[in-house]
Design a protein around this ligand. Sequence first.
Ligand code: TXA
Ligand code: MG
Length: 310
Amino acid sequence: MVTDPQSVAEAAELLLAGRLCAFPTETVYGLGADATNSDAVLAIYETKGRPRFNPLIVHCADLAMAETLVEFSPLALRLAELWPGPLTLVLKARPGNGLSDIVTAGLDTVAIRVPDHPLALELIRATDRPLAAPSANPSGRLSPTSAYQVRLGFGGRVPVLDGGPCKAGVESTIIAVDGDRLVQLRAGAFARDDIEMVLGVSVETAAKDAAVSAPGMLLSHYAPRAGMRLNAHPQRGEAWLAFGPGEEFAGPMRNLSPSGDLKEAARNLFAMLHELDAEGVETIAVSPIPKDGLGEAINDRLERAAAPRG
Ligand code: TXA
Ligand code: MG
């Protein structure tokens, strides 16, 4: 077991020394490294067992910091007004921005966001560096929404700055700004309908074979150990992940939101899958979840969790 940092200053010291440190964001815990240090960024890929073609999100303290790394069109600037928040923008890299090439996996764009979490923002300011941070879990597994899940996932080998449970619970929404088009590359904690409503601009879904895509959107992902059956009622011997006012069940069971609130369901999703998985069941049956609002991100994660594993 490594020793966890007890303050933002201690976490910043680790990062500035080129070490990894997990930290909380409003979505999920991130496995952080100084995005300008190639050795540190490489350690992220090694620790996660992440394929090298899958680029990382760069976390900034504010728009001013982001502007040193990427170019903002007027439309991109309007989206950036939604920061801090669970929204990642894929924008053209500025040449000579100081980022390690490994962060972008050779692309000429950078995925960038300003997280809405006081500890994350303090940490970026304390290091005065952009921080590369994918979700702090072994590649392909469930994302962590607490420091405990980070420790469990990496067997205590990664220091964690503990900021309590994450309030959103699913990853950020990723949007590529392509001229005057907005393309959603990953559904996430900022509901697409809300972005459209605030900006008055429509947001397209990335086609499966589109030229602009998020290379990390592998079909099997976010997977618990147990198998998953979606839109299902549990059978004997299975566990049940329910949604909405439901019947009782004799086996292991969690309810994402008894009142049918999608925000509460998103916050609980990974934590409850972790818990049911820990009970050692072979299959988790999942009730149908509405597809509107945050339901888009929840259904996306569930479909990947249920996909055949390679
Ligand atoms: O909420 C979040 O976004 C969390 C927290 C820690 O901030 N981070 C996160 O990172 O989910 P990760 O690495 O698990 O997901 C990053 C996604 C991947 O699907 C990757 O392919 C995509 O972002 N991505 C990164 N850079 C890209 C780029 N230049 N163009 C397109 N997609 C990119
Ligand atoms: Mg991830």
